[in-house]
Design a protein around this ligand. Structure first.
Ligand SMILES: NC(=O)c1ccc[n+]([C@@H]2O[C@H](COP(=O)([O-])OP(=O)(O)OC[C@H]3O[C@@H](n4cnc5c(N)ncnc54)[C@H](O)[C@@H]3O)[C@@H](O)[C@H]2O)c1
Length: 388
């Protein structure tokens, strides 16, 4: 019989309850939650309600108890961002592998500290870049890496969504990171970095506050709740990243949408264009146990394989149809989020085979380097050259 990985959970907030716990409940052959620690009694109360008799979980009153428990093989750090680094370093020091929610840290130097600790204690940290484990991502890798359509020239990603009701995200960006840059755009940056095929070289960016600013609105709606938002974080961002090989990537990300999340991506290759719709949520139906309804991820590939003497001599138009639809997924096998179950299956391999994860801290370092450069570009109002 295969060994079950015993895990300790630090932070049982919304991402644990809505995404990780359903995944772990589906993977009881691989994981056993031994202990949970959270500083918030309400988070524990809500967790107890969902966890039922899934396993005989212990609720501890300190993270130390989890780190010192010899039965525990790995720790999941799922807290707010400000304590990611502290807990990850402690867990590594106690010989535990770590599943760390994104963003790994706010500053590149802290990601470097984690990388050094991984080497020192010979353990791995897998960063919760959930999209890296989605079938959507695999399909894009397949198309781009085949090189059948030439190299990537530019990428553009637009994502709009409503405010997330986690108010800590908008406050104290020095410790929590900027909500729209470190918390949201980090997903886009992560995939841009993967598909650009070179290191990022420079960035220009504009950000701002449409809704966080209490001078504009006293309250805004965040999902079901009305909340008073204030903080030093941006709620919208437009940024361009230029890579060392000339590839350009631009993002527009905004929390200022009364409508559910919409995510659209264009990747222009030399001989084809990819249009991808990702996580275009319309509604969720709780009765179907958190399966999203009618919310496809789709990838259209527009390619012209004919040979012409002159590039674009015969420009053609291809409306999206079955011929150019290469991928369509309704998240059938994933609770809540594409990649959410797959990332835990991968983490099982990270722990049992002690192998470096796809979403490694080395990958996260480049993400955080870009996030910091974008932050600086906004603050200094100038183009920032990226130093590695
Ligand atoms: N990968 C994704 O798609 C995704 C989605 C949502 C959130 N996240 C990330 O997950 C993390 C948590 O986000 P969330 O939405 O669950 O926030 P949350 O506020 O709902 O949950 C965080 C939990 O951590 C607890 N906590 C805070 N400080 C602590 C401490 N010092 N010790 C122990 N517990 C502590 C809080 O009490 C809370 O219950 C964030 O870093 C966020 O960026 C990732």
């Amino acid at each position: 019989m295969k060994k079950k990985v015993n895990i300790g959970i630090i932070g049982c907030g919304s991402v644990f309850r809505s995404m990780h716990l359903p995944s772990l409940i589906n993977l009881t052959d691989k994981f056993n939650i031994v202990s949970i620690f959270d500083t918030d009694k309400n988070a524990i109360k809500l967790t107890k309600k969902i966890i039922n008799n899934y396993s005989r979980v212990k609720y501890t009153d300190s993270a130390e108890v989890i780190f010192r428990d010899p039965e525990i093989d790995a720790v999941a750090v799922l807290t707010g961002t400000s304590v990611h680094v502290k807990y990850t370093l402690q867990a590594l020091k106690h010989g535990k592998h770590v599943f760390l929610e994104k963003p790994a840290a706010v500053l590149p130097k802290d990601v470097k500290r984690i990388i050094a600790a991984e080497k020192k204690y010979r353990r791995f940290v897998q960063v919760g870049m959930v999209l890296r484990y989605s079938s959507f991502y695999e399909e894009l890798c397949r198309i781009i890496d085949s090189q059948k359509y030439g190299r990537v020239l530019w990428m553009n990603w637009l994502e709009t969504r409503p405010f997330d009701p986690m108010l800590w995200r908008y406050n104290n960006s020095a410790e929590n990171g900027d909500a729209i840059i470190h918390d949201k755009a980090v997903h886009q940056i992560n995939l841009f970095n993967r598909f650009a095929g070179a290191k990022p070289a420079e960035t220009a960016a504009f950000g701002g506050q449409y809704l966080i600013n209490p001078k504009t609105y006293s309250k805004v709606r965040a999902f079901r709740n009305e909340v008073m938002l204030k903080g030093d974080s941006n709620d919208n961002l437009m940024a361009i990243i230029k890579y060392k090989n000339g590839v350009k990537a631009s993002i527009t990300v905004s929390y200022v949408s009364p409508h559910a999340r919409e995510s659209r991506w264009i990747i222009q290759l030399e001989k084809a264009k990819i249009i991808a719709h990702f996580e275009t949520f319309v509604s969720s139906n709780r009765a179907t146990k958190r399966k999203w309804e009618g919310n496809p991820s789709s990838i259209y590939l527009f390619a012209d394989n004919k040979k012409y003497p002159v590039v674009w001599k015969y420009p053609m138009s291809y409306p999206p149809n079955e011929n150019n639809l290469v991928f369509y997924d309704e998240y059938k096998d994933e609770p809540m989020h594409p990649g959410s179950g797959a990332q835990w299956k991968a983490f099982y391999g990270t722990v049992t085979k002690s192998s470096k994860p796809e979403s490694s801290t080395k990958v996260a370092l480049d993400d955080i380097i870009v996030a910091k450069a974008i932050d600086e570009a906004i603050k200094k109002k100038k183009v920032i050259r990226i130093n590695h």
